[in-house]
Design a protein around this ligand. Sequence first.
Ligand code: CTP
Ligand code: CA
Length: 226
Amino acid sequence: TRFFASSNLLCGKKALVTAGGTQEPLDPVRYLGNRSSGRMGYAVAQALQEAGADTILVSAPSELPVPSGVQRISVMTAEEMRRAVLEYFPDVDIVVKSAAVADYRPKEMAAQKIKKKGTSLFVELVPNPDILAELGKMKTKQVLIGFAAETENLLANAQEKMLRKNVDMLVANDVTQAGSGFGSLTNCVSFLFPDGRRIDLPQMNKLEVARHLRDEIVELLGGTKE
Ligand code: CTP
Ligand code: CA
């Protein structure tokens, strides 16, 4: 793969990117979260913006600076992310769902800080909505890209997710590998397509991964052919 030299291939296009790990409150001072830094999603937003797309970044809490020209919408929970995404979805051409969305949330948030007792604490978790699957059912003109973070059976699990969620491309990420996934500056991914094509990228920094992903989006939109 190659980076397109021109920086206006996505001019006039609107993009929606999600990033970071959602935080699901347990009480006023605690949450259920994950190790996502948001770095991959922020890099995707930057790469799309660089190519001229009007880019909205719906972000769970992250320390990272907002890429220049990108509009960030800050959210905390999966439910807040879902609401923000559904609001912008009808209007956009490109959706990249790099966020690590919590699959479960505490059924209730305690009104006060939970006090420790000498006994085990049981917390009931209930499933969060699957935002990407919902978008897969709703999509019309949008190019929809999902991620799959896996610790085993990478390609088989990713393939199954791609079909189940009806995405146009899936980024499969082996998060057990050194230099890939949560908290890492680099990533080692494969792109999977519903037509059976697969592109294995070598390990590279997340902005480079994002630029390759952006170039595939340009092709999916029919902007260029090789
Ligand atoms: N995703 C989402 N909403 C959720 C869970 C996941 O939109 N509630 C999206 C992620 O943003 C990602 C893709 O679905 O683009 C795959 O996420 P992943 O956690 O790998 O897959 P799950 O479907 O949650 O399956 P599991 O965690 O059991 O492997
Ligand atoms: Ca999950």
